[in-house]
Ligand binder design. Sequence first.
Ligand code: ZN
Ligand code: ZN
Ligand code: ZN
Length: 301
Amino acid sequence: MRRDRLTGETTLVVPEWETAKAANPSALELKMPSGTTPCPFCPAQMDQPVTSAGEETARVAGGSRQGSWAAVSLLNRWPHTLRRDASEVVVLSDDHDAHLGSMDLDDASLAVGLLLERAEDQRQRGLHPLVFVNHGTDAGASQPHPHGQVIGLPVPDPVGLVEAPALVPGCCVLCEETPEDRLVARLGGASIITPEAPTVDYDQIVVPTIHGPAEPREIAAGVGAALRALWAVTGPVSYNLVLHLVEHPHVHVTPRTARHSGYELAGLHTCYIPPTVTSARLAEAATADAMREAARRSDAA
Ligand SMILES: [Zn+2]
Ligand SMILES: [Zn+2]
Ligand SMILES: [Zn+2]
């Protein structure tokens, strides 16, 4: 059993079984929700004078596709908060089939930048922003078009409260050198690591190198690399991103490949592959991805 000094989570790493089990317990493949038709987040609907999706709160232009927008924030038609202006949906791309693992870095940086901007706007209104991305049915998404949510809570979220003491400058666990067997990749401005107590096989955290304000481009680069490594190893799967933005910003990249069973109700997560093994597999995929990216850049130059 492992306990995570950052999240406070407890994980049971299941021992290797002598008898092979037919059904792989962590094998939920990516399914996308059918969503509303026509898609309320596609440019054809979004660019109506009054969008079909909801009231627009912010828009970022300058995406890679000319004449279009890169990311748009809308008030959620179906808010999870009493305050009508505290539930926002951030459409991450004008491309219905994109996601943060496939978007080019300029577009992904603009999308992440808008998530951070909307979180800061909520904070300045005295709310405690919860920022996450759902991709796929098993991650809770109800629309297939790539989007995130920024929800202004009246009090901090419980996980954020648990993490706060572990992020205090001077004794911040994310400022520590990550042991090699938990390191997936070291990028320019961020590392990708395996948590001390993963909540599921192939759980990852993107950790900017600097303890301080979040930089959209470093986060976008880290999340993109983490998602490509994940899908290279597991095939396309649903995932959630949770962006924690105080003190040492970081992003939890959590695949939703396993259904919850009784263990989670007892406060225990389960891993069926030793985290050192998942970490090594992701690291190998991330290295191959970095080499492909470098080759693509030198072709372009
Ligand atoms: Zn769409
Ligand atoms: Zn730190
Ligand atoms: Zn966190």
